[in-house]
Design a protein around this ligand. Structure first.
Ligand SMILES: Nc1ncnc2c1ncn2[C@@H]1O[C@H](COP(=O)(O)OP(=O)(O)O)[C@@H](O)[C@H]1O
Ligand SMILES: [Mg+2]
Length: 253
C-alpha cells in the first residue's frame, strides 16, 4: 500500500528524518514510534505533502506521490489526523464531517450560490452520508452540537470520522491517544480496530501510549534522532534493549 524509500529532510542543518525506509502492506495496522523529537510527525508531514522531502520517494499503491500537494495526496487516498486536534470548533459535528466529504462531491460554485437543484441534491446526500458516518462512530446523537463542546475523546473520534469522510485507502493517525484518560484510550483502541474492519482500512499510527501500540499494532518502526532504530514485529521490537533504552528518561511513557 505504501512504500517509502530513503526519505530524508533537514531543518537548519539538522536531519529531522534521515534515510527512512518503510513498507506497509494493505490492511496492516502499522506503528511508528520513538521518543519526542524523533521525527515521527515530520515523516507524516512528508507523506501528506506538508513538507517536501529533500531526498527519497513515497509510493502509494503504485503511484508516486513524492512532493505532491496535500490536496492531491488526499485525493490519491491518504487522510490524516493531527497531534493537536484540528477541528472547526464553532461548526457543528455534522458540518465538520461534511468538510471531509467535499472531496467526493463536485458541483460548480455558482450552483452553490444559487442553490440550484443539483446543489440541493448534492447537499442532501452529503447530509445523509455525513450522518451515516456519524452513526458508524456512534456519534449521531451529537450531530448538531458544536465540535468544541464535545469531550476530548469524542473530538478525537470526530477527527477520525472527518478523515474517513474523504474516502482514504490509508489513514494516518498522529498520537490519537495523546491527552486521553485510560477509559478514553481503551475506547479509542476499539474505534481504531472497528474502523479498520468496517472500512477494510490500512492504518499507520504514531503513538506514545505503549499499551495501545502493543495492543493493536502488528509491526513497528522505531525512530530515534531521525533514524530507524529498529523495524519488525511489535513483540520483538518492544523487548529490544536498544528500544527500551531510547525510551528511558521519557516521562510520558
Ligand atoms: N518546520 C520545522 N522547522 C524546524 N524544525 C522542525 C520543523 N518541523 C520539525 N522540526 C524538527 O524536527 C525534529 C523532529 O520533530 P517531530 O517530527 O515533530 O518529532 P516527533 O513527532 O517524533 O516528536 C525536531 O527536532 C523538530 O524541532
Ligand atoms: Mg509528533
Amino acid at each position: 500500500m505504501l512504500e517509502i524509500k530513503n526519505l530524508s529532510i533537514s531543518f537548519g542543518g539538522i536531519k529531522a528524518v534521515d534515510n527512512l525506509n518503510m513498507k506497509i502492506e494493505k490492511g496492516a495496522l502499522y506503528g511508528l514510534i520513538g521518543p519526542n523529537g524523533a521525527g515521527k510527525t515530520t515523516a507524516f508531514n512528508m507523506i501528506t505533502g506538508i513538507y517536501k522531502p529533500d531526498e527519497g520517494s513515497i509510493v502509494l499503491d503504485g503511484k508516486n506521490i513524492t512532493g505532491k500537494h496535500t490536496a492531491e495526496i488526499n485525493r490519491a487516498g491518504i487522510a490524516r489526523t493531527f497531534q493537536n486536534i484540528r477541528l472547526f470548533n464553532n461548526m457543528t459535528v455534522l458540518d465538520n464531517v461534511k468538510t471531509g466529504l467535499h472531496n467526493a462531491y463536485t458541483y460548480g460554485t455558482l450552483s452553490g450560490i444559487f442553490k440550484t437543484p443539483a446543489y440541493r441534491k448534492a447537499e442532501k446526500s452529503m447530509n445523509e452520508d455525513a450522518l451515516k458516518l456519524l452513526q458508524v462512530f456512534k456519534m449521531e446523537d451529537r450531530a448538531e452540537l458544536k465540535a468544541g463542546s464535545l469531550s476530548y475523546g469524542d473530538q478525537r473520534k470526530l477527527e477520525i470520522a472527518r478523515a474517513m469522510a474523504t474516502g482514504p485507502k490509508l489513514l494516518l493517525l498522529d498520537e490519537p491517544a495523546a491527552g486521553m484518560n485510560p477509559n478514553e484510550t481503551n475506547e479509542l483502541m476499539d474505534t481504531i480496530a472497528f474502523v479498520r474492519k468496517e472500512f477494510d482500512m490500512t492504518i499507520l499510527l504514531i503513538e506514545h501510549d505503549m499499551k495501545l501500540v502493543n495492543g493493536i499494532c502488528e509491526k513497528l518502526t522505531v525512530l530515534n534522532f531521525g533514524q530507524v532504530l529498529m523495524q519488525g514485529e511489535t513483540k520483538e521490537v518492544l523487548k529490544n534493549p536498544e528500544v527500551i533504552k531510547a525510551y528511558l528518561g521519557e516521562d510520558d511513557v
